[in-house]
Design a binder for this molecule. Structure first.
Ligand SMILES: Nc1nc2c(c(=O)[nH]1)N[C@H]1C(S)=C(S)[C@@H](COP(=O)(O)OP(=O)(O)OC[C@H]3O[C@@H](n4cnc5c(=O)[nH]c(N)nc54)[C@H](O)[C@@H]3O)O[C@H]1N2
Ligand SMILES: Nc1nc2c(c(=O)[nH]1)N[C@H]1C(S)=C(S)[C@@H](COP(=O)(O)OP(=O)(O)OC[C@H]3O[C@@H](n4cnc5c(=O)[nH]c(N)nc54)[C@H](O)[C@@H]3O)O[C@H]1N2
Ligand code: SF4
Ligand SMILES: [Mo]
Length: 739
């Protein structure tokens, strides 16, 4: 028996694991106590990595479907089938007729980070969709507008802050999001132990709320009102002060003017929170020596998602906490160069979707409208779909309709290890090798971590005979998309990308390699696989990099490999103004698109809010739609039940365990009732990612306990207008006994 280190790919916490390996298989996983970031932490999901790796239902060979029958094929035949299918559609209908849907695990694989965006660009279609628009797109939009870069997302300085105001997040179960912090629960306990204060705003009394000093049971969908009223209080009481950041900010006076209308009194009944309490929350935030406001998925997947995301950083800004230790800071990832403005200023709505005219954001169209593009005839109709690591049938509103429309596609290919609710419609499935046979480096989460560290996991085990690494699969797809056929040399993709990155760097006066010879730099790259060389390249050009020898002692992949438990690069530090990419070169506190959307918020003040509303929830031993197949994670609290407050149940005639029907303007599902006072009265909750066991899937364990698809109830016709993000929380519903 041996051990190997592997960063866990199952959530944003990126814990370092120690895997036990016995005769070519992973048999156990525990936390790596020496990991510079996670220091031994592991959660039940991470501990189940071996079961995921060895799941007998995992596809090990490519599959081609003929009618209702699947046939295992070899890789050359599979890629040839993809080439024929995609090229045929492009030839007949043009590039716009191909759509891509990129799911959540793309941010958890190195291959997804290196190649899936490139694949989407190479397809040359406006029809790019991803899980981002059923998740965090509003935050990208608010950051893009305020800081010029949709990836410049401030994270709460968890380990040093004195006061954390958290909205719409339950990190004790989710382990955190847009805030990479292994052992998030432990860090919250440490915050309280050092005398700090934790305030949790959530319509459910979650396990995170149980850790807090204060739990505020807000009415779902109304966080923007609460935050605006807090801002209004700070302006009115002369407590607003951006501190050291003031010289780098514009637009605060405009925010002040917009806030006027949203007094605590005006919003109290909307939010279900007393005006006095709102004022106290604002004063506490301003009075704390340092404080951070942090909001997650409960607030972005809502009607006013972008406004809420913006107001979070407005509050960080006007309490002087933006960009200062203890407040909300921009991480300094090792794979990014330092230097002014990382990108051209962010622009929103560069194109619109064909059918509903919904705006593009960050190169994507809203996932809720993929089905419209497939189902609506006309020039530009989508006839082929490429999914990579996504299950939109279960994860996007109107997923039931998507399920009905996917069979009408002329061609579909899925890169996915499971035959599930979405991939069952594909003509070809390309399954990547499991985590134990895959190298890992977190490009996405270095951007979001509460401490700067860098870690690389080589693949713990070699590929089995007949397995393909996801990097090979995605590079082949890139080449097929480029019209180079299914047999081109995949390394050419990396050669071209490396040449492109280096050409830009040597031409950039701010780059650490300005003026150098790209060929000489290419020749100096780490002599390993292309995944390794690509990471080496980024590290050496990055903030701490060796600049190819110009900064001796700086980071290289070799140095990171020499430190298998990772290299600690220290706590977060201030990055304004270098992080900014806005046209003005300043923090734009009141971007025009956001200011315009405030009118909609104002109108909402008068809206009737007497309906029951639906929210989601996550379970510790679950992972969106694809962890229900592991026996060790099933059962217990991890069930697809409808949480109902006992007072509502009495009123509605609902009883424990009896089936109830949940009906929205869009659709309905039935689920067993679970009575609990953890949900606020007027709120019901169903988890997502369920609805298994449909014909033609191959997830044996999940099928035994299928649950129902909540996204047959969430309404695809409603989106946050700036980001196109789906509204998954605060959905008006009626609930009645089933039958
Ligand atoms: N109602 C409601 N809906 C929601 C949410 C909610 O809170 N409520 N949450 C939303 C959020 S935040 C998200 S991120 C989305 C997720 O939406 P999706 O990304 O569409 O769905 P997942 O369930 O994460 O599916 C991931 C897919 O990737 C596959 N996979 C796993 N590992 C790998 C790998 O290494 N490589 C490849 N190629 N594939 C892999 C799995 O088999 C699965 O098919 O769901 C959203 N939907
Ligand atoms: N165990 C587990 N971990 C996961 C996942 C999983 O499925 N299972 N999924 C991963 C993914 S893809 C993501 S994006 C992250 C998400 O991580 P988190 O953002 O922490 O997501 P949730 O745990 O769903 O917590 C969202 C909370 O928002 C609350 N909420 C709902 N509506 C509102 C509202 O209008 N206002 C406020 N203030 N709160 C509201 C819900 O009650 C819920 O407690 O988790 C990741 N980690
Ligand atoms: S918290 Fe997330 S990263 Fe850490 S072990 Fe659990 S699933 Fe893996
Ligand atoms: Mo997510």
């Amino acid at each position: 028996m041996e051990t190997a280190l592997r960063i866990c790919p199952l959530c944003e916490a990126t814990c370092g694991l120690t895997l036990t390996i016995d005769t070519g298989r992973v048999t156990a996983a525990r936390g790596d106590r020496q990991d510079v970031f996670s220091a031994g932490f592991v959660c039940p999901k991470g501990a189940t990595l071996p079961a995921l790796d060895n799941d007998p239902d995992r596809l090990r060979r490519p599959m081609v479907r003929e009618g209702g029958t699947w046939r295992e094929v070899d890789w050359p035949e599979a890629f040839a089938a993809v080439d024929a299918g995609l090229s045929g559609v492009v030839r007949r209908h043009g590039r716009d007729a191909v759509a891509a849907y990129l799911g959540n695990p793309n941010v958890h694989t190195l291959a997804g980070q290196l190649y899936s965006g490139l694949l989407a660009r190479t397809l040359g279609t406006p029809n790019v969709y991803s899980a981002s628009t059923v998740d965090q797109m509003p935050k990208h939009v608010s950051s893009g507008l305020m800081f010029g870069d949709p990836l410049a997302i401030p994270v709460p300085d968890l380990d040093r802050t004195d006061h954390l105001l958290m909205l719409g997040a339950n990190p004790v179960e989710s382990n955190g999001s847009l805030c990479t912090a292994p052992d998030f629960p432990g860090r919250l306990k440490a915050l309280r132990a050092r005398g700090g204060r934790l305030v949790v705003v959530d319509p459910r009394r979650t396990r995170t709320a149980d850790l807090a000093d204060e739990h505020v049971a807000i009415r779902p969908g109304t966080d923007a009102y609460l935050l605006f009223a807090m801002a209004q209080t700070l302006f009115a009481e002369d407590l607003a002060d951006p501190g050291a950041l003031a010289e780098h900010v514009e637009g605060v006076a405009e925010v002040r003017a917009l806030a006027k209308e949203f007094t605590p009194e005006a919003v109290a009944s909307v939010c279900g929170i007393d005006a006095d309490r709102i004022r106290t929350m604002a004063r506490d935030l301003a009075a704390a020596p340092t404080a951070a406001v942090y909001a997650r998925v409960g607030t972005t997947t809502a009607e006013f998602g972008t406004l809420t995301s913006w107001l979070v950083d407005v509050l960080n800004l006007i309490t002087g906490n933006l960009d200062r230790p203890g407040g909300a800071l921009f991480p300094r990832p090792a794979h990014r160069p330092a230097g002014a403005g990382r990108s051209r200023p962010f622009r929103l709505g560069r194109w619109r979707s064909r059918v509903r005219g919904l705006p593009e954001a960050k190169g994507e169209l809203p996932a809720v409208t993929l089905v419209d593009e497939i189902a609506t005839p006309g020039s530009g109709q989508v006839r082929a779909l490429v999914t990579v690591a996504g299950n939109p049938v279960l994860s996007t509103p109107g997923g039931d309709r998507l399920d009905r429309e996917l069979p009408g596609l002329e061609f579909m290919v899925s890169v996915d290890p499971y035959l599930n609710e979405t991939t069952r419609h594909a003509h070809v499935i390309l399954p990547p090798a499991p985590p134990s046979r895959t190298p890992h480096f977190d490009l996405a989460f270095g951007e979001l971590a509460v401490r700067n560290t860098v870690r690389y996991s080589p693949a713990p085990l070699p590929l089995d005979e007949g397995e393909a690494d996801e990097s090979l699969i995605l590079r082949r797809l890139v080449q097929i998309a480029a019209g180079q056929g299914p047999e081109a040399d995949p390394d050419a993709v990396d050669e071209a990308e490396t040449a492109r990155i280096l050409a830009r760097a040597v031409a950039d006066p701010d780059s650490s390699v300005h003026g150098r010879d790209p060929d000489e730099l290419t020749a100096a790259l780490y002599p390993g696989t292309w995944s390794e060389r690509r990471v080496d390249l980024l590290l050496r050009l990055g903030s701490y990099g060796d600049a190819f020898g110009a900064r001796p002692g700086g980071l290289t992949l070799q140095r990171v490999l020499d430190a298998p438990h990772g290299v600690d690069l220290g706590p977060l530090d201030s990055r304004v103004p270098e992080i900014l990419s806005t046209a003005s070169g300043r923090v734009e506190a009141c971007p025009a698109p956001v200011a315009e959307d405030v009118a909609r918020l104002g109108e909402g003040l008068a809206a009737r809010r007497d309906s029951l509303v639906l929210v989601g929830r996550r379970h510790l031993r679950s992972n969106n739609s694809w962890a229900h197949n592991l026996p060790r994670l099933t059962g217990g609290s991890n069930t697809c039940t409808l949480h109902v407050h006992p007072d509502d149940a009495d009123r509605l005639g609902l009883t424990e365990s009896a089936e109830a029907t949940v009906r929205s303007a869009y659709g309905e599902v039935s689920a067993p009732v679970e009575l609990t006072d953890t949900v606020a009265p007027g709120v019901v909750s169903l988890p997502h990612g369920w609805g298994h066991g449909v014909p033609g899937t191959r997830m044996t364990v999940a099928a035994q306990n299928p649950g129902v698809n909540v996204n047959a109830v969430t309404d695809p016709s409603v989106v946050d207008p700036l980001s196109g993000n789906a509204v998954l929380n605060g959905v008006p519903v009626t609930v009645l006994p089933h039958g």
